[in-house]
Design a protein around this ligand. Sequence first.
Ligand SMILES: *[C@@H]1O[C@H](CO)[C@@H](O)[C@H](O)[C@H]1NC(C)=O
Ligand SMILES: *[C@@H]1O[C@H](CO)[C@@H](O)[C@H](O)[C@H]1NC(C)=O
Length: 199
Amino acid sequence: MEKPLKKKKMKGRIVMTWLWIVGVAATSVKSDYYSDSVPHEPKREKETHLHFFIHDIITGKNPTALKVAQANLTGIDTNPTGPTPFGSTFVVDDPLTTGPDPTSEVIGNAQGAYVSSSQGKDVVLVLYLDFGFTTGKFNGSSISVFSRNPITEPERELAVVGGRGKFRMARGFAKLKTYSVNPTLGNAVVEYHVTVLHY
Ligand SMILES: *[C@@H]1O[C@H](CO)[C@@H](O)[C@H](O)[C@H]1NC(C)=O
Ligand SMILES: *[C@@H]1O[C@H](CO)[C@@H](O)[C@H](O)[C@H]1NC(C)=O
C-alpha cells in the first residue's frame, strides 16, 4: 500500500516542478527589457583629488601611443606636418606615474585612443581614454575621460564623464599642464590634477 502512494507523491512533485518551470519561462518571455522607473534616492557623493603624470611617447623605441590611421593629406593645407596631423588616430597605453620622471612609481595607465581633430593651425587631440589605477586604494578602479585637448595651450581642462569600481558614476574634471614636450617627436609628459565626485 505504501509504495504506490510514494509514487503518486513523486509524480505530483514532478508535475509541480514542470508547472513552475513553464511558469517562469512564460513570465520571462512576457517580461520587458526594462524595469519600472522609480525615483532615484540621491546618495552623498565623495570628492577625491588625484595627482599624477602621464607619459605619452609616440616616437622612439618603445612608443606608448601608436598611430593606427592617417588621412592622405597631399595637397591639403591643414597642418600636414608635425607628429599629429589632422585626421591621425592613435591607440594609447600610457603609463601614469607619481612624478614627472618616467622612473618614478607607476600607479596606473591610460588606455584608449585620441584623434587629431583640428583643421586649424592649432593642434587639438580629442581624447577617449580610460585612466585605470593599479595600486593603492583605487587599484582596479578607473575614470573615463572624453574631451578635446588643445595641446599647444599651456593649461587645458578635460571632462571626467564616468568611472568604474570605486569611481562608479563618477563625474569631474582634470586640469592639465604640459610638463615637458619634444615638439618634433611629439613625446610629452603632462601633469594631471583631477577632481572626481563619486559614490
Ligand atoms: C593622396 O592624394 C593625392 C591627391 O589626391 C593622390 O594623387 C595620391 O595618389 C594619394 N595617395 C594615396 C596613397 O592614396
Ligand atoms: C591590484 O589588484 C590586483 C587585482 O586584484 C592584484 O593582483 C594586485 O596585487 C593589486 N596590486 C596592488 C599594488 O595592490
